[in-house]
Design a protein around this ligand. Sequence first.
Ligand SMILES: Nc1ncnc2c1ncn2[C@@H]1O[C@H](COP(=O)(O)OP(=O)(O)O)[C@@H](O)[C@H]1O
Ligand SMILES: [Mg+2]
Length: 264
Amino acid sequence: MLRVESLSKTFSKGSTNEKLALRDVNLSLGEGEFVTIIGGNGAGKSTLMNCISGVYEIDNGRITLDSTDITFDPEYKRSRHIGRVFQDPLRGTAHDMTIEENLSIAFAKGKSVGLQAGVSKKDINLFKERLQLLDLGLENRLKHKVGLLSGGQRQALTLLMATIIKPRLLLLDEHTAALDPTIARKVLSLTRKIVSEEKLCTLMITHNMKASLEYGTRTIMMHEGQIMMDLQGQERKDMTVDRLIEQFEKRSGAELDNDRMLLG
Ligand SMILES: Nc1ncnc2c1ncn2[C@@H]1O[C@H](COP(=O)(O)OP(=O)(O)O)[C@@H](O)[C@H]1O
Ligand SMILES: [Mg+2]
């Protein structure tokens, strides 16, 4: 369970470029809750994730994960409990290493030091089993270098790596935005499958308004560093993309700047 309280973040404080990117954000996620996040460019979506995962120090506020206050924990420490997938397919995997080696590194995160060295037959079987979920034939390519894979295959693999040891929180920052539509859909349905099977507490930023309502159990919309809409239950079930845009423009007094959000 994640709890973000009164979170504020300013970039370039004291300079002429000073930018208040998050304004007093409050957000609580229950066990297994899958929240999609939408909002225009610069709304603060990625900054929120970067503050939760410890990339940025925050001005004010408190971040709690499963009742542990992680506000001042360094990024590497938080990464043991927080799985992340970014937009760039090159970012989450080591291209010069094999699929097996990449998965082993991710898998070692959950083992104690000393047990990390070898990969057992049992581990390999688990890797194959997980790779089969992707339905991309990667289970037969364990010894292939990741650099040989397409962007979509790499992104699917990154998602497996982020979840092979069950994280307490999964953060997805437009993880399908750079993929072609067919593989993007595949990675999204895989995301849904893993999140529901493992009951993962998940935040997923998407530029796709339709996907934001289709996937997950709750949708929040951000604007100028604040959460301006929080949809769940029946209200969310009844929501359409058109009405979502209408609500956004009504509440923010701004026009949606992002054509991308309407596509796909
Ligand atoms: N590292 C940074 N340094 C300075 N300003 C930043 C940095 N990261 C983000 N910002 C600014 O903070 C605001 C929010 O950015 P971001 O969280 O990336 O938006 P989003 O992901 O919603 O598009 C933007 O105005 C952006 O320019
Ligand atoms: Mg972003």
